[in-house]
Design a binder for this molecule. Structure first.
Ligand SMILES: [Zn+2]
Length: 308
């Protein structure tokens, strides 16, 4: 692969550093698929990819590596094949799995990139990276806005900044533009390159809004008495796993519903006076019943449509 154009900008030494780095990417949706492609095209040769989803038709609007014939295939498998077409020399370890506290060691790398749509996983990554002093980059995009934030061992952590957040909005329920996901991905990769070649990374939280064309840098500070900065890792120990889940009968999973769900977000729902059904979910005022074969599938549907 001829990387001469990039080498002119960052220099030979930095290019070598980049090529010798190992990067873990969690989530291969809109940001993750473009982020991994940009990194491979920038010369990164060692990647760890983790994703628990199959390619669906609704992904093609914004998820770069996937085409119609990939529908139904696991995202990690399609991604690995695609990335090796760009550079056959790359080494990819791909895991078709849900990242949780039992397999969190999979992301052991020089840098971890969060490309999930899942708050619980981000807190878990935060615990792991803080404990092991690994840089990680948070990214998120929804509707027409998004964030990128470098979480560095000595700076404010994700819990310092987003500790009180409990958003129930997901791309499945409120939508997302492909223009914001690609922009957020570019910013994330740009920060990743800076961190990997020891260039000064952005310290502020980056906020982008494409409705107003705003790019803001928001100053963030360490939170006083942040549990994670005080070395209490509740997500890593499994203490804060979704405990509300209960198995009741074969293939039925029950979740306590802690958030109000806006029914307007769902199309074509069947409503029976306060209780409504959407795909595999039956939503009651205080709980959600999900019919799937495995607990993992139920958790995926819950975090997709209800949030986490
Ligand atoms: Zn903190």
């Amino acid at each position: 692969m001829d990387l001469s154009r990039q080498e002119l900008v960052i220099g030979k030494k930095a290019q070598k550093k980049l090529e010798n780095s190992k990067i873990a990417i969690v989530g291969l949706g809109a940001t993750g698929s473009l982020t991994s492609e940009l990194l491979v095209r920038a010369g990164v040769k060692k990647l760890i990819l983790i994703d628990r989803d199959y390619v669906e038709s609704s992904n093609l609007q914004r998820q770069h590596m996937f085409v119609v014939s990939d529908i139904g295939e696991s995202k990690v498998r399609v991604s690995e094949k695609y990335l090796k077409k760009i550079n056959s020399k790359i080494k990819v370890k791909s895991y078709f799995d849900n990242l949780d506290h039992t397999n969190i060691d999979l992301i052991s790398a020089d840098l971890v990139l969060d490309c999930t749509d899942n708050l619980q996983t981000r807190f878990l990554i935060n615990d792991y990276c803080k404990k092991n002093k690994i840089n990680w980059i948070f990214s998120s995009a929804i509707k027409g806005h998004g964030y990128v934030f470098n979480v560095l061992p000595k700076g404010p952590c994700f819990n310092c900044v987003f500790g009180n957040l409990s958003s129930s909005d997901t791309c499945e329920t409120v939508g997302v533009m492909n223009t914001i996901t690609s922009l957020i991905s570019s910013l994330q990769v740009n920060e990743a390159i800076k961190l990997l070649i020891n260039k000064e990374p952005e310290k502020d939280l980056i906020y982008v809004n494409i409705d107003k064309n705003n790019i803001l840098k928001i100053k963030v500070n360490k939170k006083k008495h942040c549990e994670v900065c005080d070395e209490i890792y509740d997500y890593l120990s499994g203490e804060k796993d979704q405990k509300s889940i209960k198995l009741c009968g074969h293939g039925n999973y029950l979740f306590e519903k802690k958030k109000k769900i806006d029914k307007k977000k769902f199309k074509k729902i069947k409503d029976w006076g306060g209780v409504f059904r959407y795909k595999e979910m039956t939503v009651f005022p205080d709980k959600v019943l999900i019919r799937t074969k495995t607990k993992k599938e139920a958790e995926i549907i819950y975090s997709k449509y209800v949030g986490n």
